[in-house]
Design a protein around this ligand. Structure first.
Ligand code: SAH
Ligand code: SF4
Ligand code: F3S
Length: 448
């Protein structure tokens, strides 16, 4: 019998992509599936959905229509919808698209094999978008290495309830994974040759864990424990929240060199009035104080952020305050979005008199300034020596390698293929459109 094939498409954030990879691991280990990159020859098609903004949600329904035609041509094909749209819509998905076999949520993805079995025996669609705590990790296989950089979820959900956001409703409340489980996963990946770890969660710095002796630990302490694991050379995390950015965490940038010189710290707006309407829980001054602390602890740190423009009630002055903050913080390439009203969130009902075209103009203005800042950061890197992780052969030509810097830039340089997956030092020589050029200085074993 030939193995059944699974195709999965992610629509969302890094957590969503991480979940997709874990779903593939689970189906491979538990049910003998193999992964395919085309929906056309798949026996199981999974859409892992996102509902953060209107556009993301619309994409799911148009994709479902396309998959329906495939299913008609391929009887026996199963369709499953997971992720945040599934979580919000539940059985409404089946009403709208009766050809869907399984609907599961971000916290019930481990139940997918059972739900598919049930679907086969009872011949009707299965829906489970409940929040059964953090049990899913207990049902997951050991993480599989896929390259020298890996992701690990350390906490799930969010309890912040920013007034515009669906995540607390779709992913449930903030729950940290036990320290021992996180460390076991990191060790297992390190033993498989992984040297870069990205810790994932909606607010990783709200992490709370307990050591075997009952002592409580915070995110800064977790970073120390991970940095002490042999083989781990570089640590990233996504996303951190300003309200949980403690002085201890800032100090970690001084004491733990393995933490990259990059932090993604979403600010959303530079106006205190808007921040309050968003219920973000900090002022611009408090945000700036974190940035000052970080720059003092790690002078070469790059800071990226997320912005929402056109939040209900945002005036021209509020927007100018955001532009001023962008100027002061000198952010690296960031993400910015026009506010999208999400059904069921408080901000969707707030009075909003700003025309959409004004919001789009603000977005363009913000992105232009941010792009220019990112280019200046790239240019300032010329002449510097960067520690990079070699990720593959470069498309730039034979004998060329591609690697990634701390601040997420791709550098192309000449070097032997046996450096793949290793940390090396390169000197940055030039800035190209989306990448940097460099020359190899040192292989990992020659420097410390
Ligand atoms: N937990 C993270 C981010 C989660 S969502 C944090 O608090 O920063 C990623 C980004 O999507 C957010 O930072 C925000 O900029 C954007 N976003 C979330 N909801 C949105 C909405 N309703 N409209 C527009 N952008 C939104
Ligand atoms: Fe959404 Fe706010 Fe939670 Fe981020 S912190 S996931 S923006 S509710
Ligand atoms: Fe989207 Fe859910 Fe992530 S709404 S951004 S997939 S947490």
């Amino acid at each position: 019998m030939t193995a059944k094939k699974i195709f999965i498409k992610s629509f969302g954030c890094q957590m969503n992509e991480y979940d997709s990879n874990r779903i593939v691991d689970l189906m491979t280990d538990s049910s003998g599936y193999i992964k395919t990159n085309s929906a056309e020859d798949a026996d199981l098609v999974i859409l892992n959905t996102c509902s953060i903004r209107d556009k993301a949600q619309q994409k799911v329904y148009s994709e479902l229509g396309r998959i329906r035609t495939l299913k008609e041509q391929r009887p026996g094909m199963k369709i499953a919808v997971g992720g945040c749209v599934a979580s919000q819509e539940g059985s409404k998905i089946i009403e709208r698209a009766p050809y869907v076999d399984v609907v599961f949520g971000p916290q019930t993805l481990h139940r997918l094999p059972d739900m598919l079995d049930k679907c086969k025996t009872c011949h009707h669609s299965q829906v489970d978008v409940s929040f059964p705590g953090i049990e899913k990790f207990d049902y997951m296989p050991e993480p599989h290495k896929n390259g020298s950089a890996a992701f690990i979820s350390i906490m799930e959900g969010c309890s912040k309830f920013c007034t515009y956001c669906v995540v607390p409703y779709t992913r449930g409340q903030e729950l940290s994974r036990p320290v021992a489980d996180v460390l076991r996963d990191v060790k297992s990946l390190a033993e498989q040759g992984v040297c870069e770890i990205t810790l994932l969660g909606q607010n990783v710095n709200a992490y709370e864990g307990e050591l075997p002796d009952g002592d409580e630990i915070d995110f800064a302490m977790l970073l120390e424990l991970i940095a002490a694991i042999d083989g781990i050379e570089r640590i990233r995390f996504m996303t951190s929240h300003p309200t949980n950015f403690t002085p201890r965490l800032i100090n970690a940038y001084r004491t733990i060199p393995k933490i990259v010189s990059h932090v993604h710290l979403p600010v959303q707006s530079g106006s205190d009035h808007v921040l309050e309407l968003m219920k973000r829980g900090y002022t611009t001054e408090q945000y700036l104080s974190i940035i000052r602390g970080l720059r003092e602890a790690r002078p070469d740190i790059c800071i990226t952020s997320d912005f929402i423009v056109g939040f209900p009630g945002e005036t021209e002055e509020d927007f100018e305050a955001t532009m001023k903050l962008i100027d002061e913080c000198r952010f690296d390439a960031s993400f910015s979005f026009v506010f999208s009203p999400r059904p069921g969130t408080p901000a969707a009902d707030m009075p909003d008199s700003t025309p959409q075209e004004v919001k789009l103009e603000r977005l363009q203005k913000l992105q232009k300034v941010n792009d220019a800042q990112a280019l200046r950061i790239s240019e300032a890197m010329v002449g510097s020596i960067q520690r990079v992780l070699v990720t593959g052969a470069s498309k730039k030509g034979e004998g060329m390698l591609a690697a990634r810097t701390d601040n997420n830039r791709v550098v192309n340089f000449e070097g032997p293929l046996d450096l793949l997956g290793k940390m090396v030092q390169v000197k940055i020589t030039d800035v190209r459109v989306h990448t940097l050029g460099g020359t190899l200085i040192n292989k990992e074993k020659d420097f410390n």
